[in-house]
Design a binder for this molecule. Sequence first.
Ligand code: SAM
Ligand code: SF4
Length: 353
Amino acid sequence: MTATELGLPAVRGAAPRDPARPADPRLVDSFGRVATDLRISLTDRCNLRCSYCMPAEGLDWMPRAEQLTDDELIRLITIAVRDLGVHELRFTGGEPLLRRGLEHLIAAAAALEPRPDISLTTNGIGLARRAEALAAAGVNRLNVSMDTLRPDRFATITRRDRLADVLDGLAAARAAGLDPIKINTVLLRNVNDDEAVPLLRFALEHGYELRFIEQMPLDAQHGWERSEMVTAGEVMERLREGFTLTPDPAERGGAPAERWLVDGGPARVGVIASVTRPFCGACDRTRLTADGQIRSCLFARTETDLRALLRGGAADAEIAETWRHAMWGKLAGHGIDDPDFLQPDRPMSAIGG
Ligand code: SAM
Ligand code: SF4
């Protein structure tokens, strides 16, 4: 099987060492940004098949031997927090609840000094019976993806009839005291784009914070069409049919979501306009894939192989320095609008969203 069939990039290895990089221990890049938020993909596997993410038949999952072990993952997370100034960790995938020992990984991350902020992005399947243990292990914040309130549509979008499990998971997360709980929604034209108002009503009633994400060209089947995408502008138009929205005066920082106060607040809604209003200039993210590759951006076309260093016996200092150089070369923006834009070979489910 070739790398292309597996969706793995052709360009991997270690970023060249640029002598112009300053001697800063943090993950600085040449545009002055500092990455402090580490997104960790725990697996590329998933139990749903969201149409905007992967094909109905799934993908050729990464062989287990290629995935980082728990010990390898904990070592990299420790280097990130202790040596590189990372203070936020988000576990994602694929579906992170499918990773055996997730609670153990979270507890290990929560024991680090300084204690990082820990969050999880999940599709919510199986969350009902895990929420309490996840909260006890140290999850601070939770994002649950849910695109519709209608079981038939849920089955169409995800190709699985599991909406009830997601709703149960949300309720269990609330009962376990997790706060805030955010809901991530992707609107698809003529599928669920009439649900912006009902979804926000649902979120307000239950005390969840809803965020709409523009669909990005990161699906494994390369089916994204800009003209088909529901834009942030359209989402706002739809929302204004049911609510008054005013800009949230709170500082946005590196947060991807533009936030709006709903009917004067304090409730808020977020819109992540990755395509139409990119926020690359304020990006503070660094990404680690389940097979130990550093990506400086969701849309990066190159990766830096930390697994080879780990398995080759490199010292922590060498791994940290390689990570620094990987981030130094981060590009200014994702370039979706550039005429020569190329979708990354690795799909969202194997990068970690
Ligand atoms: N499986 C988990 C989930 O669905 O929450 C975590 C991984 S998933 C890749 C993370 C987030 O990415 C989800 O909120 C999902 O809706 C979003 N996502 C997946 N493919 C996307 C795409 N092509 N464009 C925009 N968002 C996407
Ligand atoms: Fe799975 Fe999340 Fe992709 Fe849906 S968006 S197929 S839940 S990884």
